[in-house]
Design a protein around this ligand. Structure first.
Ligand SMILES: Cc1cc2nc3c(=O)[nH]c(=O)nc-3n(C[C@H](O)[C@H](O)[C@H](O)COP(=O)(O)O)c2cc1C
Length: 187
């Protein structure tokens, strides 16, 4: 079987050097990965992506991305498992993750990339925190549907009760769930 290569995309906008609840929970889950699973961690808020422009019905195609966007596309294509490490912001996802997802629409139309077909070979998981589990459901459903649009295998969501940094460490159910969340969700 192909070795697991996980790309963790951290979407929190905590200041650099401050580990938020969602990343803490995700790092806890990642500790349980087998030693031969490769991990790449990227903080989306630290990248400079161009604004997405919808030129689907004018130009119809997109130039190959450059700079951080090119690196992010390459990292996305290189993984076997994509893990969104994203808090709930306004019942939805933080803007850095939204911009990344909008660029999927461009990458699907960069000649020669074959983005959609390649993404269909990967899985998508979500690790998230917020104040209230029930009200996180629209965001969880949204992420799942984005992956399914590209034919990705949905391997589920791990939710923890967040708030101020460190809050999720008090959520016994989430920390217990982290023990097996990635372990059980191989490709
Ligand atoms: C801009 C913003 C919007 C938020 N919106 C919600 C929300 O809609 N529902 C909720 O329960 N918590 C909301 N929160 C709280 C965060 O989800 C919570 O503090 C989370 O644990 C932060 O994750 P982090 O520590 O990984 O950055 C919001 C926080 C921010 C900064």
């Amino acid at each position: 079987m192909e070795p697991r290569r996980l790309l963790f995309l951290v979407a929190s906008t905590r200041e650099p050097g401050h580990v938020g609840n969602t990343e803490w929970l995700a790092r806890r889950a990642a500790e349980r990965l087998p030693a031969d699973a490769a991990q790449t961690w990227t903080h989306l808020a630290g990248l400079t992506l161009p604004p997405f422009v919808d030129q689907r019905h004018t130009v119809g195609t997109y130039d190959a991305p450059v700079g951080d966007a090119a690196a992010l596309l390459a990292a996305t294509l290189a993984c076997t498992e994509l893990v969104f490490v994203s808090p709930v912001y306004w019942y939805s996802i933080p803007s850095p993750l939204k911009v990344y997802l909008d660029h999927w629409s461009a990458w699907m139309r960069v000649p020669g990339v074959d983005f959609k077909a390649k993404m269909a070979t990967k899985s998508l998981a979500l690790i998230t925190t917020s104040g209230d589990r029930e009200k996180a459901q629209p965001m969880i459903d949204s992420v799942r549907l984005c992956g399914e649009f590209l034919g990705m295998r949905w391997t589920g969501a791990l939710w923890g009760r967040g708030g101020a940094p460190g809050a999720v460490e008090q959520d016994a159910e989430a920390t217990a769930g982290a023990e097996s969340f990635l372990w059980e969700r191989g490709p």
